[in-house]
Write a protein that binds this ligand. Structure first.
Ligand code: CP
Ligand code: NVA
Length: 314
């Protein structure tokens, strides 16, 4: 076995800026190269020929599930999609044992789980790369797709201003992290009591990131290049009338979008709760790129897998 460290993809900071840039460039290149082709056709170089990814889901998923499955097919590999309730993991087998067993049979593991500590433990015991398909703490694979989308639509991310509205959640954390790494400003406008974790903001600022924490959604959106939101109630979170009421002023409406730059785009990782965090008018409107963003999950995930499996450097 090689002595080089295993390339886990649990957040954006660990791979680092050169690797993220290489992944984004690779995603673009492969996306362009297969335009108009059937979606199940394998990329001619078959870079992951013979490789198998095990995808474990402890929460529901449409985009993450399908994008990783199709990513492996297009790269010449294959997948096993497993729900934790069907695994012994759901009956109490430890994460450490699961990690060691799966590592003997597959080439990489992707997991969507709740506590971030679980994916850290899985990665600590796995001898193959572990990819974060969302935890309660972050969602780095989604933000790779978001970065790809902003690059495509606005020509780059550096120097842009992103306005995050609504709940301070896993998506917020990964966007703040991305902003500090790639040089864009993140204005976070959330109601009191729903701030992102202060440690995430602190770490981003320490790394030179520009993060503003605001209460006024209008001030956040004013002159922004990107307006982004997400569900007000993430998977596993408690729903409450009080939370919904607190979030209402942060709903992305056409009126709010009009405060952003004329060329501004609207992002949402989906699934959307239409007419809650954003109106249907915005989601289906001319500035919305949510379905390009969803498609880019596939292209971004291919690059993440190639990086994890050492087919892409740095
Ligand atoms: N955006 C995203 O991760 O979607 P899924 O929950 O459908 O995977
Ligand atoms: N914040 C959302 C993202 C879903 C893709 C959640 O965790 O449910």
């Amino acid at each position: 076995m090689s002595n080089s460290p295993i390339r886990h993809f649990l957040d954006l900071t660990t791979p680092g800026v050169p690797a993220i840039k290489a992944m984004l460039a690779e995603a673009r290149r492969r996306k362009d190269a297969r335009k108009g082709q059937p979606k199940g056709r394998v990329d001619p170089d078959r870079p992951l020929d013979g490789h198998v990814l095990a995808s474990i889901f402890e929460k529901p998923s449409t985009r993450t599930r399908v994008s990783f499955d199709m990513a492996m097919r297009q790269l010449g590999g294959s997948t096993l999609t497993l729900s934790s309730s069907e695994l012994q993991l759901g009956r109490g087998e430890t994460i450490a044992d699961t990690a060691q067993v799966l590592s003997r049979m597959v080439d990489a593991i992707m997991i969507r789980t709740s506590a971030h500590a679980k994916i850290e433990e899985l990665a600590a015991y796995a001898s193959v790369p572990v990819v974060n398909g969302l935890t309660d703490f972050n969602h780095p694979c989604q933000v790779m797709a978001d970065l790809l989308t902003v690059e495509e639509k606005l020509g780059g991310v550096e120097g842009t201003t992103w306005a995050w509205l609504g709940d301070g959640n896993n998506m917020t954390h990964s966007i703040i992290e991305a902003g500090s790494l790639l040089g864009f400003t993140v204005r976070v406008a959330v109601p009191e009591g729903y701030d992102p974790e202060p440690a995430v903001i602190e770490a981003a600022r320490k790394a030179g990131g520009k993060v503003e924490l605001l209460r006024d959604p209008r001030a956040a959106v004013e002159g922004a290049d990107v307006v982004v939101t997400d569900t007000w109630v993430s998977m596993g979170q408690a729903d409450s009338e009080a939370k919904m009421a607190a979030m209402m002023p942060y709903q992305v409406t056409a009126e709010l979008m009009a405060l952003a730059r004329k060329e501004a785009i609207f992002l949402h990782c989906l699934p959307a709760h239409r007419d809650e965090e954003a109106t249907s008018e915005v989601i289906d409107g001319p500035q919305s790129v949510v379905f390009d963003e969803a498609e880019n999950r596939l292209h971004a995930q291919k690059a993440v897998l190639l990086w994890c499996l050492g087919r892409l450097n740095p």
